[in-house]
Design a protein around this ligand. Structure first.
Ligand SMILES: *Cc1c(COP(=O)(O)O)cnc(C)c1O
Length: 409
């Protein structure tokens, strides 16, 4: 087995006789085993390695939580649950997955705007933490407390007055549907109902950030904000969840996030909390960072099509399974994910092609004018960095094609 320097896309994946190797198995063997394409492949070894990396870099007392929406495949969530300190869910469906994963309910939290009364009731019944997104939602929780005689556990999701700069997706700062505006939180805390068990704060500012300095800055600001809001709270917060936003590299110019400075900054924040708010624990919640690089999407070339001098590899997969790789999941400018021919990593000949799917829309593009090995019908196309926001973030019903298989290795 040798590591080829050529294909930057493959990162630290191995190659055997020009075939990509995933968890010590050749991709062609895995594909034969699964028996159909397209499929998503998730490597538990890679997820475990990533969580180990996080544990090594972050202070021991900082809780690492997994945001289930990044990849809710039940087997994967179960694997992640065993290695992390908590799960964050955003729907009753995700809550079911989280409860089935073996994670203790007290370590599951539920965020997201517009939770239905049924969802809130399910959360209270299960004894999980509700991250309250609005004063109205707090009223609904009070009603549930009255009806059921239970004391719901709740934290306030705060819409801070700052944002995560240079992020893939901003989820805070300015007017937002998420959380309660920071300036109105003191009023909400002053009138906090006895029937609700106040647990702390949840401050999530954004996603997909590769700049450790910006992440440190926003984490420090989040702790500052939580501490200043704490002075209004009915009791000291026990949980200060400062979100995450840790990004992964998708494009050639992207550099992997340096965890070391983030760990050092968190160590300082842990120290501050130890004196300012000793009963509180600090938590980060990560989705993409934990699973994103552990997943591949694999589809098969059905046809090499030549149009006015340009080669299109028409595959059996596409944007209906992998919206993000098509460039239509929040990207401003479409850029290619790392893509290559899995059974011809280097190939004898190279060519520049576009990889498309079977949908009747020009949006169905997995690679646009990319150089790769010359592929033939039946070859396997691999899209890397596909472990997060893949299948469940895609319009799977669009054009009524079969849904991709998911397999956890
Ligand atoms: C989506 C989401 C996350 C996960 O974001 P990633 O970019 O995948 O790490 C974490 N917390 C909340 C509240 C979210 O909505």
């Amino acid at each position: 087995m040798m590591q080829l320097p050529l294909a930057a896309e493959i990162g630290d994946f191995a190659v055997d006789e020009d075939c990509l190797v995933v968890d010590s198995r050749r991709l062609t063997d895995i594909a034969a085993d699964i028996g159909r394409t397209p499929f998503y492949l998730y490597s538990s070894a890679r997820v475990e390695a990533r969580i180990r990396q996080l544990r090594d870099a972050l202070p021991e007392t900082v809780h690492v939580r997994y945001a289930v929406k990044a990849n809710p495949m039940p087997e994967l969530v179960t694997r992640v649950a065993a290695l992390t300190d908590g799960l964050d869910v955003a729907s009753a469906g995700e809550l079911d997955t989280a409860l089935a994963s073996g994670m203790a309910p007290e370590h599951i939290s539920f965020a997201g705007p517009g939770k239905s009364v049924e969802e809130l009731r399910a959360a209270v019944d299960a004894g999980i933490l509700v991250n309250v997104e609005s004063p109205r939602e707090l009223e609904r929780l009070q009603e549930i407390a009255r009806e059921t005689g239970q004391r719901p556990r709740a934290a306030i999701r705060v819409n801070p007055d700052f944002e995560l700069k240079k992020s893939g997706m901003k989820m805070a700062g300015g007017p937002k549907q998420f959380g309660i505006d920071a300036e109105t939180v003191p009023g909400v805390l002053a009138a906090w109902p006895d029937s609700i068990d106040f647990q702390g704060f949840h401050i999530f500012s954004g996603s997909q950030n590769l700049d450790s300095e910006i992440i440190c800055d926003v984490q420090s600001k989040s702790v500052d904000l939580a501490l200043s809001l704490s002075t209004h709270a009915p009791c000291p917060p026990r949980i200060i969840n400062i979100g995450g936003g840790f990004g992964i590299p998708y494009f050639p110019a992207d550099r992997a996030l340096d965890l070391a400075p983030v760990g050092r900054n968190l160590a300082g924040l842990v120290e501050r909390l130890a004196t300012a708010c000793p009963q509180a624990h600090l938590a980060v919640e990560l989705g993409r960072y934990i699973v994103g690089e552990a997943g591949l999407y694999v589809c098969r070339v059905r046809e090499r099509k030549l149009s006015r001098g340009k080669v299109f590899l028409v595959t059996d997969g596409g944007m209906h399974h992998h919206l993000a790789a098509s460039g239509n999941f929040g990207q401003v400018i479409r850029r290619n994910f790392p893509v290559l021919v899995g059974n011809r990593v280097t190939g004898r000949e190279r060519e520049t092609v576009s990889v498309v799917g079977p949908l009747c829309t020009p949006l169905d593009l997995l690679a646009d004018n990319m150089e790769m090995a010359r592929a033939e019908e039946g070859d396997l196309i691999v899209v890397f960095q596909s472990g997060a926001y893949g299948l469940t973030a895609s319009p799977i019903h669009f054009l009524s094609h079969p849904v991709a298989v998911e397999r956890l290795l």
